[in-house]
Design a protein around this ligand. Structure first.
Ligand code: FAD
Length: 384
């Protein structure tokens, strides 16, 4: 076939151009192509998952986030437990449990969380100090008063999840183009013309899965901002003492999310739970946040941190109500939002991508085998 001048992809007009190849873009490309649509994914970086997706703490916790997030997280579980045959080599989830901890003065927050989620999750419980210490013996006994225990919380193999989506999307005919930063979007004669650093593409619909850059992409398309705020979160891995085996610890979170920690191999992952508003960018850690994380960890745990092995930061991107933004723009034609996943974009990805693909092909919200329902209104860009 002869290429049309100035147009990549042989000038073909695909059904969907997905902008971004983090977990959101990769998973929705998989779901859209599974329904028979032609899809191209344009990614600015030279590999998938370079930004937020590659920088997460990788946990699946059903109690985390608001009720919309919880419903989508719960609806994702069946995919995690039984992905399509050949999707990954090993299970995507590893059981670890999650323990929210509270000091005496934080007990009201602990009970409030229990009140909110115990009607949705039958396996959570408030546990006493002795139980908390049996799970994390190195916590200082005069620091912690009680805990909220979610035994079925899991660790996600994020790399395997992303790789599985891309592998299966490619098998279904999706083309991934890297080093393809989208720089212009023009709607002309029923389809979009997309200018990128890898050439020009054409698509009937745009799927905006650009993470922290979601409002920038909207601006290129002439759509109104939904008020996305990328917030930096810092992580460090510290060396655990040679005489302490931390591998059996659960994910342990301060009830106000002022810090959390979990085992990382034989070492310890710590975050100060920072949420610093930023412009979209390649986020990097600040010394002060690392020091804060280590200090809060040492206040709670009887371990002195002697060596920081690795640090990074990533952007968790939220709108005001902290629910994701999924659906067609109300003004700009054939422009679909899939942004605002905040700190829950990995755990929600399986169900959120099914929802997004189904809405994008005008089939409405799919049914899931879970008690909590997700409504189109609760995630629609029109609510903002
Ligand atoms: C420290 C930290 C801990 C976290 N822990 C968890 C957790 O335990 N569990 C959980 O579920 N979630 C967690 N999250 C959140 C989760 O990582 C995000 O919600 C998720 O990765 C968002 O995925 P995304 O695909 O929307 O964004 P991204 O992964 O950032 O992907 C967006 C992509 O769009 C591309 N892009 C942007 N602009 C353009 C353009 N103009 N042209 C082409 N491409 C473009 C970018 O290069 C990028 O690759 C955490 C996040 C952080 C930072």
């Amino acid at each position: 076939m002869i290429s049309k001048p100035g147009l990549s992809n042989n000038g073909a007009i695909v059904d969907f151009a997905v902008i971004g190849s983090g977990i959101a873009g990769a998973s929705v490309a998989f779901e859209l192509s599974a329904s028979g649509a032609s899809v191209i994914v344009l990614e600015a970086e030279d590999h998938p998952g370079y930004h937020t997706t590659g920088r997460s703490a990788a946990f699946y916790m059903a109690a985390y986030g608001n009720d919309v997030v919880r419903a989508i997280t719960l609806a994702s579980k069946s995919f995690y437990q039984s992905p399509p045959a050949g999707f990954c080599e090993y299970p995507l989830l590893r059981p670890c449990g999650a323990m929210y901890i509270a000091r005496e003065e934080q007990l009201p927050q602990l009970h409030a969380l229990y009140q909110r989620v115990s009607r949705l999750l039958d396996n959570v419980e408030i546990v006493d100090k002795a139980f908390v210490l049996s799970k994390v013996p190195e916590l200082k006994s005069d620091y912690v008063a009680a805990g909220f225990w979610e035994p079925t919380s899991m660790e996600i193999d994020v790399a395997a999840l992303l790789e599985g989506y891309i592998k299966f999307a490619k098998r279904q005919g999706v083309e991934f183009v890297f080093n393809a930063q989208v720089k212009s979007l023009q709607f002309s004669r029923e389809h979009w013309v997309i200018g990128s650093s890898a050439g020009q593409y054409q698509a009937k619909h745009i799927i905006n899965a650009a993470g922290a850059w979601g409002d920038v992409i909207a601006g290129l398309a002439g759509a109104r901002s939904v008020g996305l705020v990328p917030k930096r979160r810092t992580v460090c891995i510290v060396k655990s003492p040679d005489n302490i085996d931390v591998r059996g610890w659960p994910l342990t979170l301060d009830i106000d999310e002022d810090f959390y920690f979990k085992p990382d191999g034989g070492n310890i992952l710590i975050t100060p739970g920072d949420e610093t508003p930023m412009e979209p960018m390649d986020a990097y850690p600040e010394e002060i946040d690392i020091a804060l994380g280590v200090e809060r960890f040492q206040q709670a745990v009887g371990i002195k941190v002697n060596r920081v092995l690795r640090t990074w930061a990533g952007l968790r991107t939220f709108v005001k109500d902290k629910s994701p933004v999924v659906g067609f723009d109300s003004k700009v034609p054939q422009f679909f939002w899939l942004v605002g996943q905040g700190g829950y974009g990995i755990q929600m990805a399986p169900a959120l991508s099914k929802i997004a693909a189904s809405l994008a092909i005008n089939r409405g919200i799919p049914q899931f085998d879970t008690a909590m329902r997700v409504t189109a209104d609760s995630i629609s860009p029109a609510r903002i």
